[in-house]
Design a protein around this ligand. Sequence first.
Ligand SMILES: Cc1ncc(COP(=O)(O)O)c(C=O)c1O
Length: 366
Amino acid sequence: MRPFALERYLAQHEFSVRHLACASDPDTLRVHDVLALEPTARDRLLTLSLGYTETKGSLDLREAIAALYKGVSAADVLVHVGAEEPIFTFFKATLSPGDHVIALTPTYQSLTSVAESLGASVSRWDAREADGWQPDPSELARLVTPATKVLVLNTPQNPTGGLLSPDRFAAVCDFAASRGLRLLGDEVYRGLEHGGPRLPSVVEVDERAVSLGAMAKVYGLAGLRIGWAVSRDRAHLARLEAVKDFLSICAPAPSELLATVALHHAELLRARTLSTVRANLAAVDALLQRFPGTLSWTRPVAGTTGFLRVHGESARAFSERLLAGTGVLLAPSTLFDWPDTHLRIGLGRGALPEALAALSAWLERA
Ligand SMILES: Cc1ncc(COP(=O)(O)O)c(C=O)c1O
């Protein structure tokens, strides 16, 4: 498989840099914080047995996940380890060598690389910054081939913070249905709309579609490593489950329990993440106003990340100089198979203003 550029970059720097300013997961909670959400949670954790769990996921957890969607029940949910795992189970269960995939880009690399590693070809469907990071649905007719099996939608989009407009989302769903394409909706940032409306999940509009979600981004619980695939096409979900037997088999019991408790308080945790993101959006706006000739952005509208445009220098060179001069880590766009023009910034950490202060002082000295 092609190395996962962003994960390799984070593995090198994430736990050693002074200012981690490109993380896509928000500030996390402690075990104690999750247990404090429900009076019986502590006892349930302490008396939990540490055997294997159900491959599908515990019924309690699947019910809590199903409640996040309209028209979905626990039987339509397959718990995984993170959202990374169902990207693999989905493509392995869905694609054969020679198949073709269309993917909204730029995006999280596994959404294209896993498909390619299975012998499929992937056509990029680029969001356009000049159009508020919207892609053009009329391009789909040109991209589709008789071999196209899957259309991948990561909306809200990592890294741009873009969100498909409701009419374009509807157009994409109609297109997929009319061509018999299976929609994969990577919706791990769904619920983090900064002000505008929330789109329906793909599983709410298309019976064959598969939606991916996770505890990491909306709820600040990346380390639980709990994610899921949801689909009303239970026969297809069973195919993902058969692949999962060769991967994690089942999720860890303590993580399932803590994720269940957290999802009973989903709104509270979502609001907590959003309030940090909103404060950071304003802080980044203020910085960009001071240095308009150096950095700019098409303001993100959803999710926990934004894509800053670097003017007058390659993004990679800028990020290297910045890291050496200040210890601030931003993620250059080449890590997202995108031209060397942008930097991903993470908006979910309360400490971001400290990184912005270091960046600002550095730019002033330059
Ligand atoms: C779009 C997208 N999908 C999936 C994942 C993987 O999520 P998890 O950490 O739950 O495995 C990420 C993580 O950054 C992501 O941004």
